[in-house]
Design a protein around this ligand. Structure first.
Ligand code: SF4
Length: 62
């Protein structure tokens, strides 16, 4: 499963990058998925980061 950040929703709390630094980074005031980590959607830590994202900006797709 693929993971991405919907920049239109992200308000830049940086929590994703703090929780799962191997997958998320914080760039230019937004959370981003690190290049090459787009397929990390199955990772339970990523699921938890999505759950805890205060703006529900972390989204999944098949
Ligand atoms: S946790 Fe959510 S709101 Fe915060 S930087 Fe990450 S995607 Fe954006």
């Amino acid at each position: 499963m693929k993971v991405s950040v919907d920049r239109s929703l992200c308000y830049g709390s940086a929590e994703c990058a703090y929780r799962v630094p191997a997958v998320f980074a914080f760039e230019d005031g937004y959370g981003v998925v690190r290049p090459g980590q787009e397929g990390a959607g199955e990772d339970p830590e990523v699921a938890e980061a999505a759950e805890k994202c205060p703006s529900q900006a972390i989204v999944f797709a098949e």
